[in-house]
Structures are given as C-alpha cells and as structure tokens.
Design a protein around this ligand. Structure first.
Ligand SMILES: [Zn+2]
Length: 319
C-alpha cells in the first residue's frame, strides 16, 4: 500500500511498489511525447506546445521550446515539463543539428517550461539568479503539483539547479549571439532572449499568441513595462511562450490587450459586487473568441485577482 508516501515518491519507486489505483493510471497514461519541431528560420526550429491547459492526457507539453543550431552544438530555450520531455527534446535536437546540446536557457519558473532541464548536463543549463533562487526555494513543491496533475509522465523528474546565473549581457555560442533581457511581470523573473543572427526574439511567457495568457503569478504593471521594453526591438520574428512564431508584434499587442481586458473586467465586477462565480460567467469581448482557452484562463484570473481586490479594498472587519 502507498501509506504516507507521496504519489511522486511512489512513482519513483517503480511499478512494483504501485498500488492498484496508481497502476491503472500508469497503464492509461504511459505514452511518449510526440515532438515535431518546425523550422522558423535558418537553423532554428520551434517545438510548439499544445494550446491546452496542463492535463494527464498531454503530460504538460503545452509550452514552446526553441532549438537553435550552432557550430558548437544545439541551443535550447526552455526544456518542457518533465524529464521524459527533456530526453525527447535532446534526441530531436541531435537529429536536427547532428550535435549535442551546448546550452539550455530557462525563461521562468512555470512547470511546463523548466522541468525537462533535468535531462541535460547541469553545466549547460543557465538562467537568471532570481529564477535559480526561486527554483531552489519552491521548485520541489511545483514538481509535486505537476506529479499530481500529470502523473506518470513526470517519472524521474527532479527540480533543475541551473549552473550559471545571467544578467543583461550576451553570450556567443558558435556563430550566434544571444542577448539576455532579464524582465518580470508574468512571474517574478522572466528571461527573454534576442538572437542577433536570426533576428528571433524569444519572449517566453511575456508574450502569448492566439492562446490566452496565464496570470496566477503575474504583476500586471511589471508585465506592461516588460512589453514596453520588448516592443522597440527590431526582431525579424517573435516567438511567444505559447502560440505560433511569426513576423511582427501581434503577440505583444494581443498580450497587452488581454491584460487590460482582464484588469478592467475584474475590477468592474468587484465594483459591482459580483462574486467569483458570477464574475466568471460574465461575457468576454468578441475578439477573445479566437484565443484558445480564453474562458478557462479568464476564470483562473478571476479566482486569484478578485479575492486580492477584496483583501486590498474592502475595509477590514474590526476585531
Ligand atoms: Zn508561464
């Protein structure tokens, strides 16, 4: 029997230790990630995440990962949700470039972006000091949460410990130059990268395109400032953390419009005295119809933002 073991620990022990309910889950969920990177530039590919929430069916494979070919090896931006995903990514990068992975940059703490990093040599994994500290402080709790949602897909996954902290600097890998843009707003630390040779701006989750943004860890003011920083960069192409890569800045504009919309709707609902359930059922503007999971993400935003407004703006009950 499982007893006090967490589900994660039980999975780590292997199938022999699994109680019947978990074994059923295992049999149902065990399958391989299907990673099919598409070219988005000369020697650059995008492994597109699914435009879905994280589920036991998709194993958390919802975030974009960018793969660059360089003379010195493949360079990845983000690593996907699990060790198994990272291993599939490593194989895909080897197939595309004929070389091992020289560098993995992590953009931010969300599980769908970072937990694949365990499949790579620790020395190759770099990110900001703030994200490195954040992973050390709460990475294991986030991994546990992912184990609960994605189950067997997460087998063997551990919290990555990036070897190097980067600031606002550049790194040359082979013939490519990566300019780091350490920003914040979607989370407490969002690392964007501009690669000069390809002209590709990798925005991480500061940009979403045709998929509604997630805001549970967001600071909307900082997020807008970060969009102000990204907007003037003359990129040939923008790659969002979720959604297609394309020329132009549609991802930045759409993300800003979404942030403005949820702030306005939720503040308005608060002023009108709506509760969470009533506010979640409010109509959304027609332009959001073409965004995947708009209703789902709006509901999540209501669930964390409305209680915060109530705490901040309603008078405290006297003792
Ligand atoms: Zn995110």
């Amino acid at each position: 029997m499982i007893g006090p073991l967490s589900r994660r620990a039980a999975l780590a022990l292997g199938a022999g230790a699994l109680a019947a309910p978990l074994a059923v889950t295992t049999a149902r969920a065990r399958r391989a990630y299907d990673i099919r990177p598409e070219p988005i530039g000369d020697g650059v590919w995008l492994a597109r995440g699914l435009d879905e929430p994280i589920t036991a069916q998709n194993g958390g494979a919802i975030a974009n990962v960018v793969i660059f070919d360089t003379r010195e090896g493949a360079v990845l931006v983000d690593a996907g949700p699990s060790r198994a995903y990272g291993e599939a990514l490593r194989a895909a990068a080897r197939e595309l470039t004929g070389k091992p992975v020289a560098r993995v940059y992590l953009t931010h703490i969300h599980a769908d972006h970072v937990f694949g990093a365990g499949a790579f040599t620790p020395d190759t994994v770099w990110t900001t000091a703030a994200l490195r500290d954040d992973l050390a402080a709460r990475g294991d709790a986030l991994a546990d949460a992912m184990y609960r949602v994605a189950g067997d897909w997460m087998r063997g996954t551990e919290t990555p410990a990036p070897a190097r902290a980067v600031g606002a600097e550049t790194e040359d890998v082979g013939e490519r130059r990566f300019r780091f843009l350490p920003l914040a707003g979607h989370t407490g630390s969002d690392l964007c990268l501009f690669e000069e040779r390809s002209g590709l701006l990798v925005a991480g989750d500061l940009a979403f395109l045709d998929r509604a943004p997630t805001t549970p860890d967001a600071d909307l003011g900082l997020w807008r400032s970060a969009l102000d920083t990204l907007a003037p960069i003359s990129a040939r192409r923008l790659c969002p953390g979720h959604g297609p890569a394309e020329a132009g800045s549609r991802g930045l504009k759409q993300t800003r419009d979404w942030l403005d919309m949820i702030e306005e709707r939720i503040d308005d609902g608060f002023e009108r005295g709506l509760d969470v359930i009533e506010l979640m059922a409010e109509p959304l503007p027609a332009w959001t119809d073409r965004l995947a999971v708009a209703r789902y993400e709006f509901a999540r935003s209501v669930m964390h933002r409305l209680p915060r407004l109530e705490r901040e703006r309603l008078p405290a009950r006297s003792a």
